[in-house]
Design a binder for this molecule. Structure first.
Ligand SMILES: [Fe+2]
Ligand SMILES: [Fe+2]
Length: 275
């Protein structure tokens, strides 16, 4: 089921939260479609689990064969593992960090990416979409080394990839969060392990505070909506210790624990793990 985050006569932002609901071992993930004056971009389309449903759902709003862009915040499997199928089924170009430009072809059959990859420099840029544009904002090391967030100036939505992520079901992810405090426990473990350092968070917050943001929408879990919750989120990550801030020599000892192949797979759904 798609959720309309924004719609006017010429512009729409759609979110899909439950396309991989039947796959208990895979972390919940959101996919996005932005349409402006009949031109479309899919943001973080995901892997093979999401492809069929997303392609079908997209066709209700847009002719998938005419998709302009597949935009990837970074190169993780939950972002572009189905790249081969998207490039086969559409004429879209892949928009991805230059850091990952030459790695993305490993997701596809030989030659499929030829002439179809827009490598974004570290400074980002503004990508034309219909009569509007999407801003490609630097978000490196949040968490990936070559990482972008996407700001839509029409809807004032900021798509933040793995920043702002919360762990929950697809149904829960469909309901925007407007009060941050009670939401922090669902974000904290992920951010402490998957974000690289507080220095990077602070640099990003300084940039993000210059934007007029109506909604901050992550790739896992619920959107954060409204001025108060967004302000509180920026304040929270501005002082959050994470990643290498929390690692010291205790984390780099020769291992002693035995990894048992029998218990490695329990069949239990993953919880505070994503990426
Ligand atoms: Fe992710
Ligand atoms: Fe990721």
């Amino acid at each position: 089921m798609s959720i309309e985050l924004f719609r006017n006569d010429h512009h729409a932002c759609l979110m899909f939260t439950d396309l991989i609901e039947d796959h208990g071992e895979a972390v919940q993930a959101n996919q996005f479609l932005v349409v402006d004056h009949g031109c479309g971009a899919i943001i973080d389309p995901g892997g093979n689990l999401a492809f069929n449903e997303l392609f079908l759902a997209t066709s209700r709003y847009f002719t998938p064969q005419n998709l302009d862009y597949i935009i990837a915040s970074h190169a993780d499997p939950d972002i572009i593992a189905a790249l081969d199928r998207w490039l086969t089924s559409t004429r879209a170009q892949l928009v991805i960090s230059r850091v990952w430009e030459r790695f993305a072809p490993h997701f596809t059959k030989v030659g499929k990416t030829d002439g179809r990859v827009i490598g974004v420099p570290d400074a980002g840029g503004k990508l034309p979409l219909g009569q509007s544009e999407l801003w490609l904002l630097p978000a490196h090391f949040l968490h990936s080394e070559g990482n972008f967030h996407f700001y839509d100036p029409v809807s004032r939505i900021l798509f933040t990839g793995d920043l702002g992520v919360s762990m929950m079901s697809g149904a829960e992810a469909a309901r925007p969060v407007t009060h941050l405090k009670s939401h922090i426990p669902r974000m904290e473990g992920f951010h402490r392990r998957y974000m690289v350092s507080n220095k990077i968070l602070r640099l990003w917050v300084r940039m993000a505070r210059q934007l007029d943001i109506a909604m901050l929408v992550p790739q896992h879990g619920a959107p954060i909506s409204g001025a108060a919750a967004i302000r509180d989120f920026l304040d929270w990550i501005d002082t959050l210790a994470c990643g290498i801030d929390l690692f010291d020599d205790r984390a780099y000892q020769l291992p002693t624990a035995r990894i048992d192949p029998v218990t490695r797979h329990t069949g239990a759904p993953l919880r505070a793990v994503g990426g």
